[in-house]
Design a protein around this ligand. Structure first.
Ligand code: CP
Ligand code: NVA
Length: 303
């Protein structure tokens, strides 16, 4: 069988994703009960970070350790990845020595080139296009709090960025409605938007998108790599802030999620982040559990 990769949620079937969420909930319970679960004993994950990270790095490294394996951190600064060695050549070399490769980088084509030349599974730890690992954690969080998300209405407010694209993919895989509000010129990629079909709707304002939502989600206005646009974006996005007025348009029981890190007072107010509707800390913790399920799926079957 050819090597499986996780570059996008759509690399897995809906059934596989649902099974991963169930496994994530199970491994979380095992961890809390102190039950050892080490299916990745002797396995090694290389972790290439060409952008900053707190949650992704800590959760993958902790996850590999808890599963009985080991994680190796590689940065472009002190490897040849930052000195021009082609990603294709790096893929051949690194994948000859490890059992899986996690990569966080800029262009999604770099991750695809890595996967094409790797003999072991490659996991997308965030690219400019997609952030599928975050969606595993977000979906786990929803399932734990509310049960199945099929048929729910989710509002995405802010930038049509990597997280928004992965929300569109999640809407396809998990069959929910996604109402998106972005400033003109910052809408999601047209092809990804189109792929979502009728489940996806674009709205003029944050209030419209949030109307009747069961879940409200946002993300930073300037992603990694867009730091020099930060000031301009604060002006452009100012009416796309998730605040109490926006949350009041959603269903009374609506949840709030944010992949973090958050810029309090920009894309979301502190009172929303710290409200009882906010599940941001469970969401962050679930990065660990959801990715342990992913690692076990990809690495334990790669004998
Ligand atoms: N949400 C997320 O991916 O966080 P990090 O950038 O800290 O990994
Ligand atoms: N859209 C953000 C997500 C960070 C986890 C970024 O790419 O910087």
């Amino acid at each position: 069988m050819s090597t499986r990769h996780f570059l996008s949620l759509l690399d897995f079937t809906s059934d596989e994703l649902r099974a991963l969420i169930a496994q994530a909930i199970d491994v979380k319970q095992k961890l809390k009960q102190g039950v050892s679960h080490t299916p990745l004993s002797g396995k090694l994950l290389a972790m290439i970070f060409e952008k900053s990270s707190t949650r992704t790095r800590v959760s993958f490294e902790a996850g590999m350790y808890q599963l009985g394996g080991h994680a190796m951190f590689l940065s472009p600064r002190d490897s040849h990845l930052g000195r021009g060695e082609p990603i294709e050549d790096s893929a051949r070399v690194i994948s000859s020595m490890v059992d899986g490769i996690l990569i966080r980088t800029f262009g999604h084509d770099r991750i695809e080139a890595l996967a094409q030349n790797s003999r072991v599974p490659v996991i997308n730890g965030l690219s400019d296009l997609l952030h599928p690992c975050q969606l595993l954690a977000d979906m786990q969080t929803w399932f734990e709090q509310r049960g199945d998300i099929a048929g729910a209405r989710v509002a995405w407010i802010g930038d049509g960025n990597n997280m928004c694209h992965s929300y569109i993919n999640a809407a396809i895989s998990f069959d929910f409605e996604l109402a998106i509000a972005c400033p003109p010129g910052h809408e999601p990629d047209a092809a990804i938007l189109e792929s979502g079909g009728e489940r996806i709707s674009l709205h003029q304002s944050a209030l419209d998108a949030a109307s009747g939502a069961d879940l409200v989600v946002t993300d930073v206005w300037a992603s990694m790599g867009q730091e020099e646009e930060q000031q301009q974006r604060i002006e452009t996005f100012s009416s796309y802030q998730v605040n109490q007025e926006v949350m009041a348009r959603a269903n009374g029981e609506a949840l709030f999620m944010h992949c973090l890190p958050a810029h309090r007072g920009e894309e979301v107010t502190s009172d929303v982040l710290d409200s009882p509707q906010s599940v941001i800390w469970q969401e962050a913790e679930n990065r660990l559990h959801a990715q342990k399920a992913l690692l076990e799926f990809l690495l334990a079957t790669e004998a």
